[in-house]
Design a protein around this ligand. Structure first.
Ligand code: CTP
Ligand code: CA
Length: 234
C-alpha cells in the first residue's frame, strides 16, 4: 500500500487494544482456553500505529505474530490479569478496543500440583464466572471512575430463531455501555482462525456500517474510521 494514503488521524491519541484468548488454569500444566489467534487485535494495533496513535496492546495467548513497530506490548494469561492490565493501561486513554476472547468462566479452583489420573475418578470441573472486562470498563466510565474517550467491543454472534445477529449486537452494545461494537456473523468458517472477517460496526448513536468480507486489516481500518468519527462528535 501507498504509505502516503494512510491518514495520520490518530496522531497524539492514546489507544489501548486487547487481543488473543485468555487461558484459565486448572493446575500448573492445564487450562481452559479458546481458539482466538489474536490476529484481529494485532491488526488493530498495527493500523492504529500507522495512523499515528500511541498504542498499548494487551495480549493474552495468541498465535506467533509479529509485534507491530512502535507498539507497547503487555502479555497476560487469565481474564483477571487482563482486567488488571486493561484498567491500568486505559486510564485517560482516548480509545479502548476490546478484541480479546475472554473466557466467560474459569475453573473454580486452581489445583496447586499437577492433577494425577490415579488420584480419583474424574468428576465435573466446577467453574466460576470471570469478570466482564468490557462491561466493567463501561461501568467505571459511566460512574466517572475512569476517563476513556471511545470504548469499543467485539462480538461474534450466530443469531438464533428468535433473535438476529444485529439485535444481539445492539443489546450487547447497550448492556456494556460502549460506544462501538463490531459484530461478526459467525458460521461459514468466518472469524475464528482465518485471515478474514465480516460484520457490522454498530454505534451507540444508532448507525450500523456493514464491513465487507475482507482482510482483518480492512476491518481494523473501519474500526478506527468509526473511532475517529466519535472523536469528532465528542
Ligand atoms: N468481554 C470481556 N470480558 C468477558 C467477556 C467478554 O471483556 N468476560 C468482551 C469481549 O472482549 C468483547 C465483548 O466483551 O469485546 C463481547 O464478548 P462476548 O463474548 O460476545 O460477550 P459476553 O458478554 O461474554 O456474552 P456471551 O458470550 O454470553 O454472548
Ligand atoms: Ca462470552
Amino acid at each position: 500500500t501507498d504509505p502516503a494514503a494512510v491518514p495520520r488521524d490518530l496522531t497524539g491519541r492514546k489507544v489501548v487494544i486487547s487481543a488473543g484468548g485468555t487461558r484459565e488454569p486448572l493446575d500448573p500444566v492445564r487450562y481452559l482456553g479458546n481458539r482466538s489467534s489474536g490476529r484481529q487485535g494485532f491488526a488493530l494495533a498495527r493500523v492504529a500505529a500507522h495512523r499515528g496513535a500511541e498504542v498499548t496492546l494487551v495480549a493474552a495467548n495468541t498465535a506467533e505474530l509479529a509485534v507491530p513497530a512502535g507498539v507497547r506490548l503487555r502479555r497476560v494469561d487469565t481474564a483477571e490479569q487482563l482486567r488488571t492490565e486493561m484498567f491500568d493501561a486505559s486510564a485517560d486513554a482516548d480509545a479502548v478496543v476490546m478484541s480479546a476472547a475472554v473466557a466467560d468462566f474459569r475453573p473454580a479452583e486452581r489445583v496447586e500440583h499437577k492433577i494425577k489420573k490415579a488420584d480419583r475418578e474424574p468428576g465435573p470441573v466446577e467453574l466460576a464466572r470471570n469478570p466482564d472486562v468490557l462491561g466493567e470498563l463501561g461501568a467505571a466510565r459511566s460512574e466517572g471512575r475512569l476517563r476513556i474517550g471511545v470504548l469499543a467491543g467485539f462480538a461474534a454472534e450466530t443469531g438464533d430463531p428468535d433473535t438476529t445477529v444485529l439485535q444481539y449486537g445492539r443489546d450487547k452494545l447497550a448492556s456494556k455501555a460502549c460506544d462501538l461494537l463490531v459484530v461478526n456473523a459467525v458460521g461459514d468458517g468466518r472469524a475464528f482462525e482465518v485471515e478474514d472477517n465480516a460484520g457490522w460496526v454498530l454505534a451507540a448513536s444508532g448507525t450500523q456500517r456493514p464491513v465487507p468480507y475482507g482482510a482483518k486489516s480492512l476491518l481494523a481500518s473501519r474500526v478506527w474510521d468509526a473511532v475517529v468519527e466519535q472523536f469528532a462528535d465528542q
